[in-house]
Design a protein around this ligand. Structure first.
Ligand SMILES: [Zn+2]
Length: 115
């Protein structure tokens, strides 16, 4: 099983970059939601200064996109902070799992070499 099986790639159009971006979403993301569409916020852009909110339905289809370029003096609302933090936690968890898998693979290779 490939390590990408738990994720699905979706595209959204960003009017600030005037471009279509791709994002990796955990497949079970919708399971934790109680109402649809739900919002999913993160930062993107070269300077990570574009606040992005995607509105996703229960099939993780993008129903709406809200992008906002942040300036230095912009403050986040509490809801935005909570939303961005939970997205980052997801990402950290994903990287942790990936790292664990790679470590196991590496150990296997090491063993094979020493035999
Ligand atoms: Zn963009």
């Amino acid at each position: 099983m490939s390590k990408n099986d738990d994720f699905v790639n979706k595209n959204y159009y960003c009017r600030i970059c005037n471009n279509t971006h791709e994002i990796k979403l955990r497949k079970n993301l919708a399971e934790k939601q109680s109402k649809f569409p739900f919002s999913y916020s993160f930062l993107h852009g070269e300077l990570k200064n574009i606040l992005t909110t995607l509105y996703l339905d229960d099939e993780l289809e993008v129903r709406g996109v809200d992008v906002q370029q942040l300036r230095d003096d912009d403050l986040f609302s509490k809801g935005q902070v909570v939303s961005i933090s939970s997205t980052l936690m997801e990402e950290i968890e994903r990287l942790r799992t990936e790292n664990e898998k790679l470590q196991k693979e590496l150990n296997k290779l090491k063993k094979r070499k020493s035999n």
